[in-house]
Write a protein that binds this ligand. Structure first.
Ligand code: HXC
Ligand code: NAP
Length: 313
């Protein structure tokens, strides 16, 4: 796998394709300095990968951050990366549990006040042929990705409705919400639910001043990716060459998009899901590369109904 956005894998292409330009360097802001001064932003899963990058962009613009996730090492990583940028508070929270979510909001209120922005970034995923998923594997991914997103949104909205204050929710999704996701049936179905939820909640809660949008990353490799996902991406000779942009996305590009959506400049955008993927998800044709089964793509042997659910070595 490469996370070099400019490694386009097209060594032979000396004329013609140039791909989409690289973004500005890390640390540049897309919004005026101080756009989030005095604002509180809660990011689920903000100790790793895209959540951490999104949190960092809010912090650079002046936000006070609350990061909620399960693992102490991820919360420590959030603290280390974000504390130099501004005030940050971390809280252990499994977003499958409504009581833990309520506690996380209590911690946020005590530290900085009711979050103005909720970024539902946390999700669960691993590649698997659909027929190999155990019932609990299916339930786990849907529970974290879809139910967790709903439960956090619910807590955020109930507190704002009670306080009669406006707020903004950004739900991080995935483009297989529209296309289906062979090899990721659980996550794709859950993300389709997340996208649908954006549309429902934006209408229900708009009158109360709550904006709800989705944000879909394209392929954005990062150092925190789980081993399963890394292995899956490593099967591609060049991830950049598989993108119409001839490059992968960079985590900060999601941060710029999220900070825009939840900013005053995006205030009239609601119920929308913004895809930041260099047009990769539209890349479908009537003819495609030869079909390989998901089992073959994942290097699995033939299906066997007996025995434990096959897991990668
Ligand atoms: C098959 C698996 C499995 C795997 C877990 N299970 N991993 N089945 N293949 N690789 C099964 C288990 O056997 C169990 O079922 C059930 O799932 C629950 O597993 P637990 O380990 O008990 O669950 P839990 O501790 O809650 O962990 C959740 C997790 C884990 C999703 C399984 O991977 C995790 O914590 N991930 C965190 C972050 C993450 O997923 N990030 C990816 C986001 S990236 P049984 O039947 O045995 O009880 C993304 C898009 C990326 O979403 C797109 C890239 C291109
Ligand atoms: P990641 O680094 O694996 O992040 C997932 C985060 O979710 C982790 O910080 C994890 O923290 C948290 N999390 C998982 N289960 C949780 C739970 N039950 N309660 C609370 N937190 C939980 O993955 P990522 O690539 O940054 O993905 C971030 C978002 O982008 C996800 O919504 C993902 O679907 C989406 N996305 C990413 C890509 C990509 O190319 N990277 C592409 C499409 C969509 P803990 O382990 O500490 O709980």
């Amino acid at each position: 796998m490469t996370d070099d956005a400019t490694d386009d894998g097209h060594e032979g292409w000396t004329d013609g394709p140039i791909g989409l330009p690289a973004p500005p360097p890390l640390g540049e802001a897309a919004l005026p300095a101080g756009s989030y001064d005095g604002r509180v932003v809660l990011v689920t899963g903000g100790g790793t990968g895209l959540g951490k990058a999104i949190a960092a962009e809010f912090a650079r613009l002046g936000a006070s951050l609350v990061v909620a996730s399960r693992k102490p090492e991820h919360l420590a990583a959030a603290e280390e990366a974000l504390a130099p940028l501004g005030p940050v508070r971390t809280v252990a929270c499994d977003i499958r549990d409504a009581d833990q979510i309520a506690t996380a909001f209590d911690v946020a209120v005590e530290a900085f006040g009711l979050p103005d922005v909720l970024v539902n970034n946390a999700a669960a995923n691993f590649p698997s042929p659909a027929e190999d998923l155990s019932p609990n594997a299916w339930r786990t991914v849907v529970d974290i990705t879809l139910n967790g997103t709903y439960l956090c949104s619910r807590e955020f909205a109930r507190r704002h409705l009670e306080a009669r204050t406006p707020g903004s929710i950004v739900n991080v999704g995935a483009s297989y919400a529209w296309t289906g996701g062979p090899g990721f049936a659980h996550s794709a179905a859950a993300k389709a639910g997340v996208k649908n939820l954006v549309e429902t909640l934006a209408v229900e809660w708009g009158p109360y001043g709550i904006q709800v949008n989705g944000l879909v990353p394209g392929l954005v490799p990062h150092e925190d990716m789980t081993a399963d996902i890394v292995d899956n991406l490593a099967r591609n000779r060049s991830n950049a060459a598989s993108q119409p942009a001839l490059r992968v996305g960079l985590p900060r590009e999601l941060g710029w998009a999220a900070t825009f959506l939840a900013s005053p400049y995006g205030a009239f955008i609601s119920g929308h899901t913004l895809v930041v993927d260099g047009a990769n998800w539209q890349r479908r044709h009537l003819t495609n590369p030869p079909v390989t089964t998901v089992r073959d793509q994942l290097g699995r042997g033939p299906f066997a109904s007996e025995g434990p659910t096959p897991r990668p070595a």
